[in-house]
Design a protein. Structure first.
Length: 194
């Protein structure tokens, strides 16, 4: 029998009641599994633990291991089925309607369009045009705090048509203004023009 150092209850000295610990002569932890579980739960609720978890998660999400896993998972049939089901749900449709009606939602959509065109659009790929905004939040910050523009109902335009999507090379125009700048080469996609 072994006595738990915390609750003082006696349990058989086996791995069923005490976790392994190579530092002890018995090879078992001083606290029983139930007390050890409580100790871990209490620690996870502390701000120190939360800060550590947040930092660890950030590092992991930037690792090649995570990026590789994410890329493989997003190409899986399981993910595609989940995504399709979710996007057809009323919850998703309602959220999208409400979110896209906001400035942040509109800019998030525009950011997605920029990124997609730079990765898949033949003209963009051939010219080497990139989206240099680090994230949707970076674009939102630039448009709302520096340009001070409400982009809803406007097209995003690059004044230097051979330049990247970056600070200083985007502006928001009405459809008519955008068409005048591009003439017959204008694709005219609503809200996410060139």
């Amino acid at each position: 029998m072994k006595t738990c150092s915390k609750c003082k209850d006696e349990h058989p000295a086996t791995a069923k009641y005490f976790g392994p610990d190579k530092r002890n002569r018995s090879g078992l932890q001083a606290q029983c599994r139930a007390c050890d579980k409580d100790r871990k739960r209490e620690y996870l609720e502390t701000s120190k633990s939360k800060a550590y978890q947040k930092e660890y998660q950030k590092e992991y999400q930037q690792s090649d291991k995570f990026k590789s896993y994410q890329q493989e998972y997003r190409q899986s049939d399981e993910y595609k089925a989940y995504q399709k089901k979710y996007q057809q749900s009323d919850k998703y449709k309602t959220y999208q309607e409400k979110y896209r009606a906001t400035v942040d939602g509109c800019l998030h959509t525009i950011y997605g369009g920029m990124t997609s065109r730079c990765k898949h659009g033949k003209t963009y790929v051939d010219k080497g045009i990139e989206n240099l905004f680090e994230s949707p939040a970076d674009l939102i910050d630039y448009v709302t705090n520096e340009l001070k523009v409400d982009p809803r109902g406007l097209d995003c335009h690059r004044p230097d048509n051979d330049g990247h999507y970056e600070r200083g090379n985007i502006e928001f125009l009405t459809k008519e203004e955008h068409f005048r700048k591009h003439g017959k080469n204008f694709c005219g996609v609503a809200g996410i023009g060139q």
